[in-house]
Design a protein around this ligand. Structure first.
Ligand code: OSB
Ligand code: MG
Length: 367
C-alpha cells in the first residue's frame, strides 16, 4: 500500500445535547477528518483531539501541525506492506498519539477497502455485533440525570456510565440506584480527584459499581495503585494509558483491574491491538471508549470492538445521540437488545456523505 496524498479537513458539528465532563461542557465538536488516498481509493480517519487540551495535551491545532510537518513526510509515497507498519514508521515523533492515530486509521481503512474486506476482518475481529453502553454527562439536576438514564435504559443500552466530579458523585450514584435498582452502572471522573478524596471514593463501594474510571490524575499510575488497594470497586484506567509501557506498568502495579481502549489515545489500531492482547494475557478485560465521534470514527470503533477481549459494553452508542444529521447516512443504530451490527462493506463499511463533510468544513489542506 502506498499513500499518494493526505487531505486534512477541520469540521465543526453541533452536538444534539451538550456534553459535560469534570473538565467542562461542550456544545459543538470540532475535529479533523483525514483522507488517505492510494490507488484511486480513499481511506478515512477521524482525529479524536478536541479544541482544548483538557482531556489530553493534544488539540486540533497541534494535530494539524504534527500531521502536516512530521507525519505526512514519513508516510506519503512510502510503501507499507501492512497498515500495522505505519505506527512504527512514526517512532521518531514523540507522543502526539491522536495525530498519529488519525493517519494510521485512515491507512487501515484504505488497506481494507483496497482488499475489499471489512475493517473488522483486517483487524482480526471475531464478532458481528458489539455490546453498547452509554456515557451520560454531568447534568444540571438529579432529576435531569434520572430522566436521561430512564431514556437510555428504554433504548436498550447494556450499561450506563455517568460522569462524576467533586460535588456531583455520591448523590448522583445514589439517585440512579434508588430509581433504577441493580442496573449495570459505572462512573467516570476524568481525573477530577486526588488521594485526599480516597475516603469519599471508597464511599462509592457501597453502590456495587462495575468500575470507577480514571479517578486520579491523567498521567498517574502510582496513586491509582494505592487507591485500588483501598477500594473494592475495580478501577478502570483511561487517560493514564497512552502507551504500552504505561499499560505494563499499571498492570504490574495493580493500579487497575480494567482498561478502556481508545485508539486515538494510544496511536491507532496497531497499538490498540497490542494493548488488547497484553490485557488478555493478564486477564484484564477491556472495553472500547468513545470521544463523541461522528459516524466515521464511530464505525472505526465498532470494527475494533469485534476483537475477543472487548468483553464489556463500550462507549459506542447510536449516532443520533450525538449529531443529527451525522456525516454518515444511514447512521449507526442500537437494537433493542443493546447491540450494534458491525458494518459488512469494505473498510469502514458506512456511507460517508461527502456533501455534509464539505458543508461542515472550516479549513482544509492537501499534503
Ligand atoms: O473519558 O471517556 C471519556 C468524551 C470526551 C472525552 C472523554 C471521554 C468522553 C466520553 C464520551 O465519556 C463517550 C462517548 O463518545 O459517548
Ligand atoms: Mg473516560
Amino acid at each position: 500500500m502506498v499513500i499518494d496524498r493526505l487531505e486534512l479537513r477541520l469540521v465543526k458539528l453541533p452536538l444534539v445535547h451538550f456534553f459535560e465532563t469534570s473538565f467542562g461542557r461542550i456544545h459543538e465538536k470540532h475535529f479533523i477528518v483525514v483522507r488517505a488516498f492510494g490507488g484511486g481509493i480513499a481511506g478515512y480517519g477521524e482525529c479524536v483531539a478536541e479544541q482544548d487540551p483538557y482531556y489530553s495535551s493534544e488539540t486540533n491545532d497541534t494535530c494539524w501541525h504534527i500531521i502536516r510537518d512530521f507525519i505526512a513526510p514519513r508516510v506519503i509515497g512510502v510503501p507499507f506492506e501492512h497498515p500495522r507498519d505505519v505506527f512504527p514508521a512514526l517512532k521518531a515523533v514523540r507522543g502526539h498519539n491522536m495525530a498519529k492515530a488519525a493517519v494510521e486509521m485512515a491507512a487501515w481503512d484504505l488497506a481494507a477497502r483496497q482488499q475489499g474486506l471489512p475493517l473488522s476482518r483486517l483487524l482480526g475481529g471475531t464478532r458481528d455485533r458489539i455490546a453498547s453502553g452509554v456515557s451520560i454527562g454531568i447534568q444540571d439536576s438529579l432529576d435531569q440525570l434520572a430522566a436521561k438514564v430512564e431514556r437510555e435504559l428504554a433504548a436498550g443500552y447494556q450499561r450506563i456510565k455517568i460522569k462524576i466530579k467533586p460535588g456531583w458523585d455520591v448523590a448522583a450514584v445514589e439517585r440512579v440506584r434508588q430509581s433504577f435498582g441493580s442496573i449495570p452502572l459505572m462512573v467516570d471522573a476524568n481525573a477530577a480527584y486526588t488521594m485526599q478524596d480516597a475516603d469519599r471514593l471508597a464511599g462509592l463501594d457501597a453502590y456495587d459499581l462495575m468500575m470507577i474510571e480514571q479517578p486520579l490524575d491523567y498521567d498517574d499510575i502510582a496513586d491509582h495503585a494505592c487507591l485500588q488497594r483501598r477500594l473494592k470497586t475495580p478501577i478502570c484506567l483511561d487517560e493514564s494509558i497512552k502507551t504500552m509501557a504505561a499499560a505494563r506498568e499499571a498492570i504490574s502495579a495493580q493500579a487497575c483491574r480494567i482498561i478502556n481502549i481508545k485508539p486515538g489515545r494510544v496511536g491507532g489500531f496497531a497499538e490498540s491491538i497490542r494493548l488488547h492482547d497484553l490485557c488478555a494475557s493478564h486477564n484484564i478485560p477491556v472495553w472500547h471508549g468513545g470521544m463523541l465521534e461522528s459516524g466515521i470514527g464511530r464505525a472505526a470503533n465498532i470494527h475494533l470492538s469485534t476483537l475477543p477481549n472487548f468483553s464489556l459494553p463500550g462507549d459506542i452508542a447510536a449516532s443520533k445521540r450525538y449529531f443529527v444529521p451525522d456525516l454518515i447516512e444511514p447512521g449507526i443504530d442500537v437494537a433493542s437488545d443493546g447491540t450494534i451490527a458491525v458494518p459488512r462493506g469494505p473498510g469502514l463499511g458506512v456511507d460517508i456523505r461527502e456533501d455534509r463533510v464539505a458543508a461542515a468544513t472550516l479549513r482544509s489542506e492537501t499534503l
